[in-house]
Design a protein around this ligand. Structure first.
Ligand SMILES: Nc1ncnc2c1ncn2[C@@H]1O[C@H](COP(=O)(O)OP(=O)(O)OP(=O)(O)O)[C@@H](O)[C@H]1O
Ligand SMILES: [Mg+2]
Length: 274
C-alpha cells in the first residue's frame, strides 16, 4: 500500500520561483526512505507540504489514499509525526515531560498509560533525567532527542525526520538511528528521513535525491553511492571508502568490497599472491 502519493506537485514561496517543481512519487508503507539533496533543494518544503503546512500550487498529495484537503488535513496530521529541522520550533510544554504529554493528549491516549509511555520514550532517547527540565534550558542535541521522543511516543503511521539528528554527537546519532530502524522493523511504520549522514543513507531501503525541486534520483542507495558523477551532480560527498575504490579502479585494481576493512583484506590477499 502507498503511504504517501504525490502527483505532479509544485510549490513556490514567490510567484516567479518553484521550490518544488512537478514532483511525482510514491512512498510505500513500511519503507525507510532517505530524502537527500543540496541545501535549498526543497527537502523541508516537501516535508511541510506532506502535513498541509504549505498549500500546493499544482498537483495533489494523498496519504494512505486520502487526498490532502482543507477538510482532511486534521485526519492526515494524526497519521504523520514530524520532527522539524530546528527543534526550537517544536516545543509547547513548559517541561520535557509536559511537552511529550501534550502530543499524547492530542492523540487521546488513556491517561493511566501516559506516564509509562513518557518514561519509556524519554529513556529510549537518553533523556529520562531531564523530565522536569524546561526545554529552553537544553542543548541543541538534547532538544532534538526530546523532539524525537515526543513524536515517537505518538506512534504515528508515518514519521518524518528533518535532519533530526544533525546536532547529536556520533554515538548519540548512532543510538537514535538504530532506534529509528528498530521502530521500522518492529512496526509497520513508514520512515522518511531527511539527512546528510552517509551511514544512514547507505543503510536505507530507498534513496530519493532532490535537486532544485526536481526528482534527481530515486532508487536503492548503493547504485548512487557507486556513481561518482551522480554523487557530484547531487553535491554529495563521496564516502572515503568509495573514493578509495575509484582510485584503485583507475590504477587497474578492482575490489569487490565497499568497506575500507574489506578492501584492505583484498589488497593484502592480492599482495601475498604477487
Ligand atoms: N519561508 C521561506 N520563504 C521564502 N523562500 C523560502 C522559505 N523557505 C525556503 N525557501 C526557499 O525554498 C527553497 C527550498 O528550501 P528548503 O528549506 O525546502 O530547502 P532544503 O532542501 O530543506 O535545504 P537545507 O538542506 O538547507 O535544509 C530554497 O531556495 C529556499 O531559499
Ligand atoms: Mg531543510
Amino acid at each position: 500500500m502507498s503511504a504517501i502519493n504525490i502527483d505532479h506537485l509544485s510549490f513556490g514561496y514567490t510567484t516567479d520561483t518553484l521550490a518544488i517543481d512537478d514532483l511525482t512519487l510514491t512512498i510505500n508503507e513500511g519503507e525507510y526512505t532517505v530524502l537527500i539533496g543540496p541545501n535549498g533543494s526543497g527537502k523541508s518544503t516537501l516535508a511541510k507540504l506532506f502535513i498541509g503546512l504549505l498549500e500546493p500550487r499544482n498537483g495533489t498529495i494523498a496519504v494512505f489514499d486520502q487526498q490532502l484537503r482543507y477538510d482532511t488535513v486534521d485526519a492526515i496530521r494524526s497519521k504523520i509525526g514530524i520532527v522539524f529541522q530546528n527543534p526550537d520550533n517544536q516545543f509547547i510544554g513548559s517541561t520535557v515531560e509536559d511537552d511529550i504529554a501534550f502530543g499524547l493528549e492530542n492523540r487521546e491516549i488513556d491517561p493511566s498509560q501516559m506516564q509509562s509511555i513518557i518514561m519509556d520514550y524519554a529513556s529510549r532517547v537518553g533523556m529520562i533525567d531531564y523530565l522536569k527540565t524546561e526545554p529552553t534550558r537544553l542543548s541543541g542535541g538534547q532538544k532534538q532527542r526530546v523532539a524525537i521522543a515526543g513524536v515517537m511516543a505518538m506512534q504515528p503511521k508515518i514519521m518524518v525526520f528533518d535532519e533530526a539528528t544533525s546536532m547529536l554527537d556520533p554515538k548519540g546519532r548512532y543510538e537514535i538511528t538504530t532506534l529509528m530502524h528498530d521502530l521500522k522493523s518492529n512496526t509497520d511504520m513508514t520512515i522518511i528521513s531527511i539527512t546528510h549522514d552517509m551511514e544512514e543513507i547507505a543503510a536505507a531501503d530507498r534513496c530519493i535525491v532532490l535537486k532544485d525541486g526536481h526528482l534527481f534520483y530515486d532508487g536503492k542507495p548503493q547504485p548512487l553511492l557507486d556513481d561518482p558523477s551522480k554523487m557530484a551532480a547531487a553535491s554529495l560527498q563521496i564516502p572515503f571508502a568509495m573514493r578509495m575504490r575509484e582510485l584503485l579502479h583507475q590504477q587497474g585494481i578492482d575490489t569487490l568490497s565497499h568497506t575500507m576493512e574489506g578492501m584492505v583484506d583484498e589488497l593484502c590477499r592480492l599482495h601475498s599472491v604477487m
